[in-house]
Design a protein around this ligand. Structure first.
Ligand code: NAD
Length: 428
């Protein structure tokens, strides 16, 4: 995408990618920020970027180097918070955009964090468990200087999980000389993780999906749902919708698309993915090899829950769903947003739809500080309340100001961030 914005000197025009999408979103919210608009450049510049070399010894004795990043976009409202992604397509622009969306998201749901994100440009499927552990530990050591329970708290994202967080927590703790469970969230329960965290992002997507469906007069029992990405977010979202009586008619992952008009057996599909690493070959479903056909599938709710920039000007016109629930971060380009809005498709933006993960991460961090752990019921009911209230606030602003839900969520989030910035003033 060509961006009219000034490109930071460390990115080339070609590399700007998801960061340009984020900047466009900020431009759209700026007219609604009133006097705070004078601070808007704050949102267009990450506070701190760390690029690290991550060398490891491979099992065969050779040395491999990977490029790692940690970006702290904004810490006006609290420590940095955001996941760590291992993926072969990770770029600085992507991590910058993901960190910025965390700033807006954390403010939109009012958890006391700034925004941050990290990643390593690697295909983790090409590494053994031992290599993966050595890479994770070296990466953690390299970013150790800027993370910490009061500075910046990583969490899982694409291709990282509880085990990754356990290695990060251990590495940080070894460097500190004491156990610091609050340095990461999304940890195993045995290390101070929170009940409900594993399912939290998908649960949040499901909760706001039900609210959006209600607004549109769509009943969840019998609703047709298509999901892109069947990992932590997509898999849990699909399961919860299926448990509520919806039909999961299509799932696409990095390999293929499986469809079943009467509804996929989500639990069996999950077991299949655990065993085979993909939805490919799932018995009881048809496979569609043409990936682009996924977008035209007949469904009521479409849940992108994989990567950014999936819904574009090229496919937005084919989408038949009346609601798009953004489980992924940044799945919709601004051009696609405009096409969908003209077509009357309701887009529930990432910064609200997938905020359940960071909300329960916040609960986990609070529990770690107090060493007092809550029941799963307490966590799920607090999560549900926060998600519903956040959705209702965003909906109200979108009605009052006649703007999209995305711009409404950005109005709430950016206003909170810039109010904090203004009250703190500029140092020195
Ligand atoms: P994951 O690694 O658990 O799952 C990723 C899924 O996406 C896998 O099923 C993979 O096969 C699929 N995928 C990868 N590339 C694809 C492609 N090109 N086309 C179709 N499918 C593809 O990751 P996750 O944690 O579920 O994260 C998914 C999205 O949700 C990301 O955008 C992430 O930033 C966002 N998110 C995650 C969390 C969280 O708590 N994990 C929280 C908020 C947002």
């Amino acid at each position: 995408m060509n961006s009219p914005h000034q490109i930071p000197s460390y990115l080339t025009q070609r590399e700007v990618g998801p960061w340009a999408v984020y900047l466009e979103q900020v431009d759209r919210v700026t007219p609604h920020l009133g006097k705070l608009a004078r601070w808007v450049e704050t949102l267009k510049r990450p506070k701190r970027i760390l690029v690290v070399d991550v060398p490891i010894e491979r099992d065969d004795g050779s040395i491999a180097h990977f490029e790692g990043y940690r970006v702290q976009h904004n810490t006006s409202r609290g420590p940095g918070k955001g996941g760590v992604r291992f993926h072969q397509d990770v770029t600085l622009s992507e991590v910058m955009a993901l960190s910025a969306w965390m700033t807006v998201k954390n403010a939109a749901v009012n958890v006391p964090y700034g925004g941050a994100k990290g990643g390593i440009r690697v295909d983790p499927r090409t590494l053994s468990q031992g290599e993966l552990q050595r890479m994770t530990r070296r990466y953690t050591s390299e970013i150790n200087i800027i993370i910490g329970p009061n500075k910046d708290i990583p969490a899982p994202d694409v291709n990282t999980n509880e085990q990754t967080m356990a290695w990060m927590m251990d590495t940080y703790s070894m460097n500190q000389g004491s156990t610091a469970s609050g340095v990461v969230t999304g940890k195993p329960i045995s290390l101070g993780g929170s009940l409900g965290r594993h399912d939290a992002t998908g649960r949040g997507v499901f909760v706001v999906g039900c609210e959006a469906a209600h607004k549109r007069g769509l009943s969840i029992p019998g609703a047709r749902i298509a999901v892109q990405g069947f990992g932590n977010v997509g898999g849990i979202t699909a399961r919860l919708f299926a448990e509520a009586g919806a039909r999961i008619v299509a799932v696409q992952d990095h390999v293929t698309t499986v469809v079943c008009d009467s509804g996929l057996d989500v639990v069996a599909l999950q077991a299949h993915v655990t065993e085979h690493g993909s939805v490919a070959g799932f018995p009881g479903a048809d496979e569609v090899s043409d990936r682009a056909r996924f977008w035209a599938i007949d469904c009521d709710i479409l849940v992108p829950a994989a990567l950014e920039q999936q819904i574009t000007a090229a496919n937005a016109g084919q989408i038949r769903a009346s609601i798009i629930l953004e489980g992924a971060n940044g799945p919709t380009t601004t051009e696609a947003d405009d096409i969908l809005s003209e077509r009357g498709v309701l887009v529930v933006p990432d910064v609200i739809a997938n905020a359940g993960g960071v909300t329960v991460s916040y609960f986990e961090w609070v529990q770690d500080f107090s060493s007092f752990f809550w029941t799963e019921d307490e966590i799920n009911s607090r999560l549900t309340r926060i998600m519903r209230e956040a959705f209702a606030a965003v909906w109200q602003i979108s009605v009052d100001k006649q703007v999209s839900l995305r711009t409404a969520a950005f109005i709430i989030g950016c206003t909170r961030v810039l109010e904090a910035r203004e009250m703190r003033g500029l140092y020195p």
